[in-house]
Design a protein around this ligand. Structure first.
Ligand code: ATP
Ligand code: MG
Length: 428
């Protein structure tokens, strides 16, 4: 029994933002967050995860696992901050051992430090200042860091309750936001550019589960954008395990549109088609909204008029988390979340295929509908969906070759291959 009580338990305490914890949502939120933490730690050792008084406690096997655990926890949306606590019995010798383990597990204090003791159990044989002095001397001896009682760089907190003592130092910032999965499903239109990964990241941070959809014009252009989007899915997959990517070849459809529609309207029409296809996928997957990386006025297709003419093609809400951001702000965020390196690689966006030098910048809904009149839009959506390639499971194993196989086959279909040829003469 004495052996057992002398044990020191490393416990991670993760705190959440109270604002997110209103009413009935609270339980759902905490359950989702606990599940997401389990997923983030799936290949690391830990004893248990439990919810206790509005916090999540993760009991580790060994304090030496803390550096690995810390990196993972720091990415779980919904966590406001977290710290490592070493729990021991209340004997002074045990508290010193717990402090020693904490010093081994975390970096020593940078600059000055102090020790603060809370001791609600007044029957404890030592007073708070006595404990503070003893533990302070111990930390100073071990690390050489100077003590400073006013505004120290690091504070060691020691709480002594009647059945246990708890030693904690640094509080680490979590990423904030809401647990992925707590706000429902959305479909994200992902190009290989800088904007859409940042927009997607922002929605993940607001608790959405995301299905990525990427449209490409291979084999009319290179397949680079597909490779980039797979890499982007790998990066974003760190925040949403079990992320899913759907790639859709639309080069052939774009070519048909280029033949039958007003060239100036093509960019608007491509976008309307993409949204329709994304909406059909959203219906399939039970998603309640679409998200794009649009930012007002950034490019010709993103004027107020064009945004209106484009979004009129669908009924689902379109979320545009970057609408009021400058490119510089977006690039800074892409740097921060680790997607800018991937987006930087040049690629061939499908929206630039078959379009004139000066596309319409102020299209109206009526103009878009008129330009689309020669097309059987529903049929084009069906065709686009039938060419899809689905990537699921671990994004590290995804191979872009799978996405381009079906479109290579569809090229051999006579309907596609003959499109640009002159009509055969009727008199033959
Ligand atoms: P991004 O940097 O995200 O490519 P952008 O500044 O290049 O954006 P546009 O090319 O006008 O702007 O695209 C606006 C939005 O339309 C993109 O953020 C993305 O959500 C969607 N989009 C554009 N091209 C594609 C594509 N090939 N596949 C899927 N979605 C796309
Ligand atoms: Mg783009």
């Amino acid at each position: 029994m004495a052996e057992e009580s002398a044990r020191i338990r490393p416990v991670v305490i993760a705190r959440v933002h109270e604002v997110a914890l209103k009413g009935r949502n609270r339980r759902r939120f905490m359950r989702q967050l606990t599940g997401n933490i389990m997923t983030a730690l799936h290949d690391l050792p830990y004893h248990s995860i439990k919810i206790r008084t509005g916090r999540i406690l993760i009991v580790l096997v060994d304090a030496a696992d803390w550096p690995d655990v810390r990196v993972r926890i720091a990415r779980v949306f919904g966590i406001q901050n977290f710290s490592l606590t070493l729990e021991s019995d209340t004997r002074m010798s045990s508290i010193l051992r717990a402090t020693e383990q904490l010093l081994d597990a975390e970096e020593p204090p940078e600059g000055t430090f102090c020790v603060r003791v809370k001791r609600p159990d007044k029957s404890y044989p030592l007073t708070s200042p006595e404990i503070e002095r003893e533990i302070g001397a111990f930390i100073h001896e071990r690390t050489g860091a100077p003590v400073r009682l006013r505004k120290p760089d690091t504070t060691y907190q020691i709480e002594i309750l009647h059945d246990g003592a708890y030693v904690t130092s640094r509080v680490h910032a979590g990423p904030g936001g809401l647990p992925v999965g707590s706000s429902g499903e959305i479909v994200s239109l992902m190009s290989g550019g800088y904007d859409s990964p940042v927009a997607t990241y922002r929605m993940l941070k607001r608790g959405c589960s995301v299905t990525l959809v990427h449209f490409h014009a291979y084999p009319y252009v290179r397949a680079t954008s597909i490779e980039k989007v797979i890499e982007l899915a790998q990066a974003l997959g760190r925040d949403q395990p079990a992320i899913r990517l759907i790639t859709i070849p639309i080069g052939e459809i774009q070519r048909r549109m280029a033949i039958s529609c007003d060239p100036e309207m093509l960019v608007v029409l491509y976008r309307r088609l993409m949204l329709r296809v994304a909406e059909a996928l959203a219906t399939e997957y039970g998603a309640g909204a679409l998200v794009t990386g649009e930012s007002l006025g950034q490019v010709a297709s993103q004027t107020l008029e064009n945004i209106r003419a484009i979004e009129a093609a669908v009924r689902l809400p379109i979320l545009r988390p970057l609408i009021g951001m400058d490119k510089i702000e977006i690039l800074e965020e892409a740097d921060r979340i680790g997607t800018s390196e991937i987006s930087r690689t040049p690629d061939d966006d499908c929206c630039t295929v078959f379009v004139p030098r000066h596309p319409a910048t102020h299209a109206t809904i009526e103009e878009a509908e008129r330009a689309e009149a020669p097309l059987d839009v529903d049929d084009l959506v069906r065709q686009a969906l039938s060419g899809r390639t689905m990537f699921e499971g671990d994004p590290a194993t995804w191979n872009a070759m799978r996405a381009i196989q079906p479109s290579a086959e569809s090229l051999t279909l006579p309907a596609a291959a003959d499109l640009l040829r002159p009509e055969p003469s009727k008199s033959v």
